[in-house]
Design a protein around this ligand. Structure first.
Ligand code: GTP
Ligand code: MG
Length: 138
């Protein structure tokens, strides 16, 4: 089985949507094997999203991610990376398929409720960014 890193973003924690979003993951067969609520600094958000640092929205993105608490979690399951991205829906909620998290809950392309790793290498890096081995049980 595969693991992926998920973040429930500030727009969703603010609106008390953690449980509804987790139900979508669990209904899709993804198991939440680690989870914690934290508040990032702008520097930590910038380190996490370093791949986007040349993008025009980088400042907005990192300020948003540090603006309020997030829930970081590890999801596990068969094909978890692709399955999670399917459940999340397209980056822009206007393009997200009906029933996806972003279609139902996201407010805009910037405040789009969830993050999910996009490949095995980034999943491994992103899980290690937030969780120690001790926090990861099967
Ligand atoms: P993540 O799972 O968060 O990585 O989303 P993604 O893989 O669907 O999108 P991508 O990696 O291309 O972009 C990362 C994040 O940057 C998105 O989830 C958005 O929150 C943000 N983002 C992307 N485009 C824009 C934009 O045009 N404006 C703003 N403010 N944010 C954007
Ligand atoms: Mg991405």
């Amino acid at each position: 089985t595969e693991r992926t890193l998920s973040i429930i973003k500030p727009d969703a924690t603010r609106r008390n949507l953690t449980g509804k979003i987790n139900a979508k993951f669990e209904d899709a067969g993804l198991r939440i094997v680690a989870q914690k609520r934290i508040q990032l600094t702008i520097a930590q958000a910038g380190e996490f999203y370093a791949v986007h640092k040349e993008r025009p929205f980088f400042g907005e993105l990192t300020e948003f991610m540090a603006s309020e608490p997030v829930v970081v979690q590890v999801l596990e399951g068969e094909g978890a990376i692709a399955k999670n991205r399917e459940v999340m829906g397209a980056t822009n909620p206007a393009d997200a398929a009906p029933g996806t998290i972003r279609a139902e809950f996201a407010e805009s392309v910037g405040e789009n409720s969830v993050h999910g790793s996009d490949a095995p290498e980034t999943a491994a890096q992103e899980i290690a960014f937030f969780f120690s081995g001790l926090e990861l049980v099967g």
